[in-house]
Ligand binder design. Structure first.
Ligand code: ADP
Ligand code: NA
Length: 351
């Protein structure tokens, strides 16, 4: 079997929000207790959203600062930026040749971002994004990937790419003597790349907009009231939660009662995730109460959890040389591990 290894990444595009924190970073922190973890600022991916960034270096630093301020230990684990390890791009090219265009065109994120646009306006990078994401993970032969629910489809594609590579190069992998015996479905397979497991669960796998319970909380939403940013101060958090869209009913006492009430479900999920409890636990406490009671409790909780992170992020961002040293050290360690894989991949391919 493959040695368990956790990998995930966050793009340095704009302010981090509560969705990024609950869907990803808070899970990264929890996983580091029992696992070897690699956490990456995926700067190459940021070019797919917008090619020219005025302040890329500080954006990269701020994601690394958020990781560390949230409690990730960069000495025990690895925190680095993607472009510091060129092996990601090298493996991505190989995966571009393994994967099929149709697989990429079927991705809902691609359809959301490129849909309705002329192909002359859409970068090849946006289409190939999931292939680079597969390389980010598999260049370490990582086995577990904590992400928000929106990334589920990309992780299925990562498995498809690994599977096709393992099959296409099957005899080469045997000859190179670098494969691992695993079982895929019922089939025993001699694989070079593992079938990654997404780690998506929890009470808030998809944090929704505070203004519209049918849209995910997102950096790109035009309304700042739709999201809580990790750098928001207490007053701003309070204002946004007080103004969050809800319905006129009291909270139900069981999770069933949240069906058809996306805004209520979202706020309860946020409360549960911030307190490491289940939605059922929260409803046992607040069932029968109005939002006029629940929202102030949520404000207190959110401020208690987020304000130490905000303060620490700001402190870290004041000392860029410290963050840069962490990224440099992480980059060196990541590069050594990625190069070990790429030596074997080049050998498998026959380069
Ligand atoms: P964004 O989606 O905000 O542009 P990224 O693509 O860098 O940011 O995502 C970083 C991580 O945050 C990913 O694991 C993604 O699944 C997670 N994430 C983003 N938005 C949400 C959300 N609204 N709810 C839960 N997780 C989210
Ligand atoms: Na995303």
């Amino acid at each position: 079997a493959f040695k368990p290894l956790v990998f995930s990444g966050v793009q340095p595009t704009g302010n981090l929000h509560l969705g990024n924190y609950l869907g990803a970073i808070r899970k990264f922190v929890a996983l580091q207790e029992d696992n070897d973890c690699i956490y990456c600022v995926v700067d190459l991916h940021a070019l797919t959203a917008q090619l020219v960034h005025e302040d890329m270096r500080n954006q990269i630093r701020s994601i690394a600062a958020a990781f560390i301020a949230s409690g990730i230990d960069p000495k025990k684990h690895i925190v680095f930026n993607q472009s510091a390890v060129p092996q990601h791009s090298e493996l991505a090219w190989i995966f571009n040749c393994v994967a099929r265009i149709g697989w990429m065109e079927r991705m809902t994120q691609f359809k959301d971002k490129a849909g309705g646009k002329n192909a002359e306006q859409v970068s090849l990078g946006l289409l190939a994004y999931p292939s680079l994401m597969a390389a980010d993970i598999l260049v370490y032969r990582a086995t577990h990937v904590p992400v928000g629910d929106d990334q589920k489809q990309h992780l299925e594609l990562t498995r498809d790419i690994a599977q096709k590579f393992n099959i296409d190069f099957g005899s080469h992998i045997r000859k190179a003597g670098t494969g691992v015996d695993i079982v895929v479905g019922e089939e025993p397979v001699h694989a070079y790349f593992p079938m990654v497991e997404p780690l998506i669960g929890g009470p808030a796998p998809r944090v929704m907009s505070l203004r519209d319970g049918t849209k995910k909380m997102s950096k790109s939403d035009a309304s700042d009231l739709s999201r809580i940013n990790l750098l928001d101060d207490a007053d701003t958090i309070s204002k946004k939660i007080r103004k969050a869209k809800t319905d006129p009913d009291a909270l139900p006492s069981e999770a069933e009662g949240l069906k058809g009430r996306p805004e209520a479900e979202n706020l309860v999920g946020i409360y549960a995730a911030l307190s490491d409890k289940s939605k059922a636990d929260i409803l046992a406490e607040f069932g029968g109460q109005q939002f006029s009671v629940f929202k102030p409790a949520l404000v207190d909780l959110a401020v208690n959890v987020l304000s130490p992170i905000t303060d620490e992020m700001r402190r870290l961002m004041d000392d860029t040389s410290h963050i840069d040293a962490i990224l440099r050290d992480g980059g060196e360690r990541a590069r050594a591990r990625a190069e070990k894989t790429m030596k074997e991949v080049r050998d498998i391919i026959g380069f």
